[in-house]
Design a protein around this ligand. Structure first.
Ligand code: OAD
Length: 284
C-alpha cells in the first residue's frame, strides 16, 4: 500500500524531513485550529494578530489568556506518533522535524527516551531573540535530528525589549489575575513566544528549514492542513527539488494532488506502522 511505497524510499542514507502540524498533537488532546471543533471556531483569529499586540497589548493579552487556557489548559503527553518520529530519528531514518506546533511535544518525545524533564521545552530562561538557537531546538552534541519550531513555543514568553525568554506559566498566571499586559523587569512588554498572524517567522529558522526541505530525498507532511505559509509551500518546494513527497492526514489537503504518496489515516496508526516497516526492511 501507500505506506509501504513510502517506506521503500526511506533508508539510513536518504535525507528524510518531516513537517508536522496540529494533527500530530490532536491524539494527545491538543485542540487543532481548523476543522470540526477547531480553535478558530470558538475564537476570532483576527484578535491574535501582531498588529493588535502592538496597538492594544492589554486587550490582546486578555484574549490570549483565554486562548492559552483553551490550547494549553492541561498538561499533554507525547503520543505514539511523536514517539515513532523520535525513534526514527534515533535510529537514523529521520534527519529533521520541522513543526508548526508550539506545544513542545516533539522535544518531550525526543527527551523522554533519555530521561529529559518533560517540561515542554518551556524553561529557557535567558535565551535572547538574536540567539541563533531561538526556535532551533537542536539537542547539542547528541547527533539527534534537529526540531525546528517554525511558529515558536507557546509555553514560553519573550520580552519585546530586552529579548529575554522565560517560562510562560507564571506570566500567564499574572495576566489571568489582571496584570495586563505583563511586563519584564526591564519594563518591556512580554509577548507569547509564538509567531502571531502578520508577524515575521524567525529568519534563521526558516532559512534552515528551507535548506533541509530542498536537500531532502523524502519529505513527509504529517497532520497539517497545509494552508498557512510558508510551511504550506515546503512540500511543493521539496518535490520541485526532487524529493519524494508523502502526505499523512485524516483528510485531504491542497498538496495531495502534487504528492507522490498520500496516506489517509490517523497519525498514531500511520507513524508507528511506518517505523515498523523500516525496521523490518532493515532486518530483511
Ligand atoms: P490545522 O488545525 O489547520 O490542521 C490540522 C490537520 O490535522 C487537519 O488537516 C486534520 O485533518 C489533521 N488531523 C487532525 N487529527 C489528525 C489525526 N489524528 N491524524 C492525522 N491527521 C489529523 O493545523 P496546522 O496545519 O498545524 O499558526 O495549522 C497551521 C497553523 O495555523 C498553526 O501553526 C497555527 C494556525 O493558525 C500559528 O499559530 C501561527
Amino acid at each position: 500500500d501507500a505506506l509501504e511505497r513510502l517506506a521503500a524510499e526511506i533508508d539510513r542514507d536518504a535525507t528524510v524531513v518531516a513537517l508536522t502540524g496540529a494533527g500530530i498533537s490532536a491524539p494527545s488532546g491538543v485542540p487543532t485550529f481548523r476543522g470540526e471543533d477547531g480553535v478558530w471556531e470558538h475564537f476570532d483569529e483576527g484578535q491574535f494578530t501582531y498588529g493588535r499586540f502592538r496597538s492594544d497589548p492589554e486587550g490582546f493579552w486578555a484574549d490570549r489568556v483565554a486562548l492559552q487556557r483553551e490550547l494549553f489548559g492541561e498538561e499533554y503527553e507525547p503520543n505514539a506518533a511523536h514517539e515513532a518520529l523520535a525513534a526514527m530519528g534515533r535510529d537514523g531514518y529521520l534527519d529533521a522535524v520541522l513543526t508548526q506546533n508550539t506545544d513542545g511535544l516533539h522535544r518531550d518525545a525526543a527527551d523522554g527516551a533519555d530521561g529529559g524533564d518533560g517540561a515542554n521545552g518551556a524553561a529557557e530562561d535567558g535565551k535572547r531573540e538574536d540567539d541563533p538557537g531561538a526556535g532551533d531546538d537542536t539537542p547539542a552534541g547528541t547527533g539527534e535530528p534537529p526540531i525546528l519550531e517554525l511558529h515558536g513555543n507557546a509555553r514560553r514568553v519573550r520580552c519585546t525589549d530586552c529579548g529575554r525568554r522565560r517560562d510562560g506559566d507564571p506570566i500567564f498566571d499574572r495576566a489571568a489575575e489582571g496584570d495586563l499586559p505583563p511586563t519584564c523587569d526591564c519594563g518591556g512588554i512580554y509577548k507569547p513566544d509564538v509567531v502571531l498572524f502578520g508577524e515575521q517567522l524567525p529568519g534563521a529558522v526558516v532559512q534552515r528549514a528551507r535548506t533541509l526541505t530542498r536537500d531532502s530525498d523524502v519529505f513527509l507532511a504529517i497532520g497539517s492542513s497545509l494552508v498557512v505559509e510558508p510551511a504550506a509551500s515546503f512540500p511543493r518546494e521539496a518535490g520541485a527539488t526532487g524529493a519524494t513527497v508523502g502526505v499523512v492526514n485524516l483528510e485531504s489537503t491542497p498538496v495531495d494532488g502534487a504528492a507522490d504518496v498520500v496516506y489517509r489515516d490517523d497519525v498514531t496508526e500511520a507513524l508507528p506502522r511506518l517505523r515498523s516497516l523500516l525496521e523490518r526492511g532493515a532486518d530483511g
